[in-house]
Design a binder for this molecule. Structure first.
Ligand code: NAD
Ligand code: UD1
Length: 345
């Protein structure tokens, strides 16, 4: 298939491009590089031995989108979004404009180009503070911050759009906590500034970029008092997108799927697994709870297991080993001063 991947230079997008190219699909990426580096795309090509087409552009710009759709597209995988919860509270309008505005522009371009299949990056954040875990797809939805609200609104807009066009197929993928990296260590997660999320923070402590981890609370009602999450290897997540594209080709309508392992790990368990994988001590201090955090959030992945025929296969040790492999080989992440065309290793 000819696939258009928005946000394909980003963390999850670049890993998914590897899975798509390896499956024989033709890939065009549109990305404005606002949170990524074109080097990731060079490395995707290096890993797969295949080339992709890169349109450096913004999905809110109809001309950039027209360029991306040129040559025909069978389905779109839509990653492009801003994703920092804290920043979304400071700059909600920027988040509404980029995430919601970008998604509307994309659906308009899809209609114009006659493209009717969409795979959308949603998030466990749409469950807000869930009443019970593991969470099923039919649990009540509720956003607790502007970023989460954009995901919820985008899900609803896509549903409405699908309902108006019977031939349209949309798959809403609700990711739990993606971590890890491609086993080559050539691509991985490279947050700008201080990481918000646990795994990249731990990896930067291990490599010596940060002094110590702050653990946000050890008084939760969990076995060791620290927060429990459903961590998921990014290559398992990448493979789920391949399955979702195939599913969309055969199933018109709009469906949501949880993507997680179904197994939770506490912060302390993850730290311990990372220490084992890296052989590095992870100094930490216990600090106060982070506003908005829940004690425990895990997925019920049965629907994706059954309908997408997808199961997560990597365990926490593989997640930590691959995250460390990436971080130790690229202590400062991608350097961002090279363009797609000029990069060479
Ligand atoms: P990322 O920031 O690494 O990737 C997003 C990419 O989109 C970046 O390359 C960025 O440059 C690009 N982008 C943003 N706005 C754009 C625009 N207007 N036009 C063109 N490109 C644009 O983030 P990620 O972790 O790879 O996340 C991918 C998707 O998955 C996002 O939609 C995110 O909300 C969602 N998600 C991520 C997580 C996570 O923990 N990483 C969890 C749940 C959902
Ligand atoms: C994050 C996102 C959320 C998204 C989810 C799934 C934030 C604030 N929330 O939440 O929108 O839906 O990922 O991708 O980014 N922790 C520490 N110290 C740290 C960082 C985290 O102790 O420096 C703890 C947290 O309190 C939590 C666990 O580690 O218990 C995981 O945190 P994080 O990686 O930020 O993921 P989520 O909280 O699930």
């Amino acid at each position: 298939m000819k696939l258009l991947v928005t946000g394909g230079a980003g963390y999850i997008g670049s890993h998914t491009c590897v899975a798509l190219l390896e499956a024989g699909h033709d890939v065009t990426v549109i990305d404005n590089l606002c949170n990524s580096s074109a080097i990731a795309l060079q490395r995707v090509q290096e890993i797969t031995g295949r080339s992709l087409r890169f349109v450096e552009g913004d999905i809110r710009n109809p001309e950039h989108l027209a360029d991306a759709f040129e040559g025909g597209v069978d389905a779109v995988i839509h990653f492009a979004a801003l994703k920092a919860v804290g920043k979304s509270c400071e700059q909600p309008l920027a988040y509404f404009d980029n995430n919601i505005g970008g998604t509307i522009a994309l659906m308009q371009a899809m209609e114009q180009a006659g493209v009717s299949r969409l795979v959308f990056s949603s998030s466990a954040t749409v469950y807000g503070q869930p009443e019970k875990v593991p969470v099923r797809e039919d649990a009540p939805l509720n956003a607790t911050n502007p970023y989460g609200r954009t995901k919820l609104v985008m899900e609803q807009l896509i549903q409405d759009w699908c309902a108006s066009r019977p031939e349209t197929a949309a798959v809403l993928l609700r990711y739990f906590n993606p971590v890890g990296a491609h086993p080559s260590g050539l691509i991985g997660e490279d947050p700008r500034g201080e990481p918000d999320n646990l795994m990249p923070y731990v990896a930067q402590v291990a490599v010596g970029r940060r002094e110590r981890l702050r653990i946000y609370g050890d008084d939760y009602p969990t076995p060791d008092g620290t927060g429990v999450r459903d961590y998921l290897h990014v290559m398992d997540l990448a493979r789920a997108h391949r399955k979702a594209v195939d599913y969309a080709a055969a199933h018109p309508g709009c469906e949501a799927f949880n993507l997680g392992t179904g197994r939770g790990y506490s912060v302390l368990e993850l730290v311990q697994a990372f220490e084992q994988a890296s052989g590095k001590p992870i100094p930490y201090e216990i600090s106060t709870r982070r506003a908005g955090d829940v004690a425990e959030l895990t997925a019920e992945p049965a629907l994706a297991n059954a309908k997408l025929r997808w199961v997560a296969t990597h365990d926490i040790h593989a997640m930590c080993a691959d995250a460390w492999n990436w971080q130790s080989k690229n202590p400062n992440g991608y350097s961002r001063d090279m363009s797609f065309n000029t990069y060479s290793r």
